[in-house]
Design a protein around this ligand. Structure first.
Ligand code: BGC
Length: 456
């Protein structure tokens, strides 16, 4: 690289870093905008935050029983069998995981739900489950659903690349029941439906009563928290002293500053104009943002100039994954060998140390912005619940980004410290692995005890 082109590259990168940086001031503005949108959503007005009441509160910790759960997340779904000991302990005894083929994500609803019913069928067979009995099943469905009862709800809109036809506006439990009937599976009774964030909060709070917020940072992103009924317009007539978990659908928050790469990602997505925060924060999109920047750098001859074929491997949309960013950012070797190996595996050889450093910088830029926005969103919710930060708040977090991306959680915690100083100690992030599945089982128990209460 000539001296002038390396100067140009540095200038280009430092401009980009500015466009991607999230200052403390940005976060403060974000928090106040979040509060405005939360208020609008809770009072039934148009808002980018849907604020959907889940129709349930935290469990008490004494719920008992054996349950099945179905957890439909981003790219896969799981079937679980679980047991609650009535003393804050949930044990998952069997799990089967199925990857959802793209043709079923983007085909028809019948196809998708038949695929799920087949998975349930395989699970029952594998675990030799007696089909002459009837089992309660809780369904965590990781998409925006308008909850019509504890065990029913209509899909508002697909996210995360799903487009299966004939599902939006329909009750997803009904669609699941129909598929189970088509497959002659009659031993399953769906007793609860909830968002994955709600499952995550419920699972953690069964074990830990200080947990009042559930967050997913994985393929998609979202959060739920405990809200006072008196703050929820449509439920104000109920006991105002009680609480309910509200699914915020924060991935749709739109008071964000988009770069041209974010706009490109949005335009090429199956849901343009929606889910802006999700598209800047979650695993489904971070790799793609980075790929677009990388392609731009290559076009300008700022990177990989010693390898003329280097554009080939990353030409296609989604060919550079968030998992690749994890590997690149996690390379702590002196000469960045792991990055070199990664590039070689993709047919890019003869790279310079500068190339590798630039690639790492791009990943850091995109992931640090994601963590900053995530921290802003969590802070907004905690400060909404407790403006003085007087109480302890355990935030249950799940999702591959939080679990696997090097330093992601730490960056969020550092932002809390900058915002709140010592009081940041009152916010504890805990990784709640597989929370949504376990939470579903607990919800089935809460639903069962609610049904009993109604009967008595
Ligand atoms: C969905 C949410 C879900 C989140 C995390 C988003 O795309 O809209 O309902 O909680 O992904 O899975």
């Amino acid at each position: 690289m000539t001296q002038s082109s390396s100067v140009n590259c540095e200038k280009f990168l430092s401009d980009l870093e500015k466009a991607f940086s999230i200052s403390l001031n940005h976060i403060k503005v974000m928090i106040s905008q979040f509060h405005k949108e939360m208020k609008k959503g809770l009072s039934g007005h148009e808002s980018s935050l849907k604020m959907i009441p889940s129709l349930m509160d935290r469990p008490k910790g004494d719920e008992k029983g054996e349950f099945f759960a179905l957890d439909l997340g981003g790219t896969n779904f799981r079937v679980l069998a679980g047991k609650l000991d009535g003393k804050r302990k949930a044990i998952v005894s069997a799990v089967s995981k199925f990857a959802i083929p793209k043709k079923d994500m983007q085909g028809t609803g019948v196809q998708l739900f038949d695929f799920i019913a087949d998975g349930i069928d395989a699970f029952l067979t594998e675990n030799s489950i007696d089909r002459s009995k009837v089992y309660d099943l809780a369904f965590t469905f990781s998409f925006p659903v308008e909850q019509t009862s504890l065990a029913a709800g209509k899909l508002i809109v697909w996210t995360k690349g799903f487009t299966a036809k004939g599902v939006q506006g329909q009750d997803v439990v009904e669609l699941l029941n129909q598929a189970l009937e088509r497959k002659l599976i009659r031993c399953i009774n769906v007793t609860a439906l909830a968002n994955d964030t709600v499952g995550t909060l419920v699972a953690r709070s069964y074990a830990d009563p200080t947990c009042d917020m559930g967050v997913i940072m994985g393929t998609g992103t979202n959060a739920c928290y405990r809200e006072k009924l008196s703050n929820i317009q449509e439920l104000q007539s109920l006991n105002p002293k009680e609480h309910m978990i509200v699914n915020m659908e924060w991935g749709n928050f739109d008071k964000v500053r988009l770069t041209r790469y974010d706009r490109q990602v949005d335009e090429a997505s199956v849901n343009p104009g929606a889910m802006y925060l999700e598209k800047m924060v979650s695993g489904m999109y971070l790799g793609e943002i980075t790929r677009l920047i990388l392609m731009d750098l290559m076009k300008r001859d700022f990177i990989f100039i010693r390898n003329p074929d280097s554009a080939e491997p990353f030409q296609k949309k989604d060919s550079f994954k968030t998992g690749d960013m994890s590997l690149i950012e996690g390379d702590e070797t002196e000469n960045l060998h792991e990055i070199e190996r990664f590039l070689e595996n993709h047919g890019i050889s003869n790279v310079s140390l500068y190339d590798k450093t630039v690639l790492k910088r791009l990943c850091e830029m995109v992931s640090t912005r994601a963590a900053g926005l995530g921290a802003g969103a969590i802070s907004a919710v905690v400060s909404w619940m407790d403006p003085e930060l007087k109480d302890r708040h355990t935030v249950a977090v799940d999702g591959s980004l939080f679990e696997k991306y090097p330093g992601f959680g730490l960056k969020i915690e550092n932002t809390f410290k900058k915002l709140y100083g010592e009081k940041a100690e009152n916010i504890t992030l805990v990784h709640s692995k597989d929370g949504s599945g376990k939470g579903a089982a607990i919800m089935a128990a809460v639903a069962a005890s609610a049904a009993e209460m109604q009967k008595s």
